[in-house]
Design a protein around this ligand. Structure first.
Ligand code: ADP
Length: 308
């Protein structure tokens, strides 16, 4: 019963340096720790969906550098189809450089690199995969023209799109009804709707705004508090699960990947969000974005334990 998902989005390499303190302008701080992790919302969500048992094709664009082969190997190790992983010869793989101090304060710089070359012509090449998908999972770390092209193409092909509007942007009105499920966290919900979110009635108002503009399903994730789900006829909360959070990086990506797989398997939206909520809760108990995504059996065990 495994669902076919085409994920269209970014790939980044995160280079993190942990220092005793953050440098002043022009200062050099030595003696730090260093580590490298694969990220980008597209790649993270593809990995999360594949770990949960989906048949995943990733449409993304890498640069021409030493990360290219490592990333493709990593996708293949996760059973992700890579025939539409493009390589832009003239660019570098998207990179985030992160400096943190011991207390978690940080400086972050992102260079989109090859992600900026995931243009509509590349999406056209990936049409065979989009046409065969049960659902398309999209994020907003790629050019705006591409996002628009994906939404328009999927509308023509009658393909449902789950759009994680992250990073957030204001959407033009004609795009809302091309989204089947919009997923945003509270900050993104504020940015997209312009409604300041201070309490649950603000959350519900923000969700209603999506519905009134034509998006049939909206999920607003609420961190440790879980998620609010709204459809045309009802709205309900899925309570956050009590876990010992170690690292919440990428929780939203695990949520989206797991939601997509559960939904394509035919679970009603409430069940699919419960599945995503459990997957994301497990992920926050572990370090990292991609390595923290749980396997399907772990998610099912967590749900079963809750019911017992
Ligand atoms: P993002 O990572 O995009 O900022 P959220 O912080 O809203 O998004 O988290 C996404 C989902 O991850 C939540 O809806 C919830 O299911 C899960 N989650 C996040 N933080 C926790 C936590 N501390 N405990 C349990 N679940 C969490």
């Amino acid at each position: 019963m495994s669902g076919k998902i085409t994920v269209i989005g970014s790939t980044n390499v995160d280079i993190t340096m942990r220092l005793s303190r953050l440098p002043e302008k022009g200062e050099t701080i030595s003696g730090g720790d260093y580590y490298q992790a694969f990220g980008g919302k597209g790649a993270n969500q593809a990995v999360a969906a594949a770990r949960c048992g989906g048949q995943v094709t990733l449409v993304t664009c890498l640069g021409n550098d030493h990360f290219t082969t490592l990333l493709i190997e990593s996708f293949l190790n996760h059973n992700i189809q890579t025939q539409y992983v493009f390589v832009e010869e003239t660019s570098f793989t998207g990179t985030a450089v992160i400096m943190t101090d011991k207390t978690g304060n940080n400086y972050i710089g992102v260079a989109g690199g090859a992600n900026d070359f995931l243009t509509p012509d590349k999406i056209e090449k990936a049409l065979p995969s989009i046409s065969q998908a049960d659902i398309v999972l999209l994020q907003n770390e790629i050019p705006e023209a591409t996002v628009r092209f994906v939404l328009n193409t999927c509308e023509k092909l009658k393909k449902k799109v789950i759009f994680n509007i992250a990073p957030a942007c204001r959407l033009t009105d004609e795009l809302f009804n091309k989204i089947h499920i919009a997923v945003v966290n509270e900050t993104e919900a504020e940015m997209v709707t312009g409604i300041k979110i201070l309490n649950s009635s603000d959350v519900e108002r923000a969700a209603k705004l999506f519905i009134s503009k034509g998006t049939p399903n909206v999920v607003i994730t609420l961190g440790a508090k879980g998620a609010y789900v709204a459809g045309e006829t009802e709205g309900f909360y899925v309570r956050g699960l009590e876990v010992e959070a170690v690292d919440t990086t990428g929780a939203g990506d695990v949520f989206c990947g797991a939601l997509a797989i559960a939904y394509t398997e035919g679970m009603p939206i409430r069940k699919a969000v419960e599945f995503a909520n459990a997957a994301a809760a497990i992920s926050v108990t572990r370090l990292g974005a991609q390595p923290s995504a749980p396997r399907r059996d772990e998610v099912l065990d967590m749900i079963k334990n809750l019911a017992d």
